[in-house]
Each structure stands twice: as structure tokens, then as C-alpha cells.
Design a protein. Structure first.
Length: 69
């Protein structure tokens, strides 16, 4: 259910907002990987969650791009 709400929120955003969201998610993923490498990360499942969110954001971006054409 959480993922569906996230995707619905993404679909209401503009392309610029989606790009900002994508950049923020990629930065978060980098930080999580860095923490994992230095053994400071407690919740390793967060990496998988952020990766899936990045894929969801990219999917919505591509859907909007194909709908515009």
C-alpha cells in the first residue's frame, strides 16, 4: 500500500519536481552505501527501498515523457 501511495504522489508532480526527487533519492542512496561500507548503517533494508523508489520515479518520468509525445 505504501508504494501505491508513493506512485500516486509522484504522478501528481511536474517533471521538474520529479527530477528533483530523483536527485535527492540518488544522493540518499549514495549516503546509505557510504554508511554501509563504513559499517555505520543499522537498517540495510533501506538501501533496497531507496533503489526501488528511484526505479518508481524513473518509471513515472518515462510515462510522462511518452504521454507528452
Amino acid at each position: 500500500m505504501k508504494a501505491k501511495k508513493f506512485v500516486e504522489e509522484l504522478k501528481t508532480k511536474s517533471a521538474a519536481e520529479l527530477n528533483e526527487e530523483l536527485i535527492a533519492a540518488k544522493k540518499e542512496l549514495f549516503n546509505l552505501r557510504f554508511q554501509n561500507a563504513t559499517n555505520q548503517l543499522d537498517n540495510t533494508s533501506r538501501i533496497k527501498e531507496v533503489r526501488k523508489n528511484i526505479a518508481r520515479i524513473q518509471t513515472v518520468i518515462s510515462e510522462k515523457a511518452s504521454a507528452a509525445n
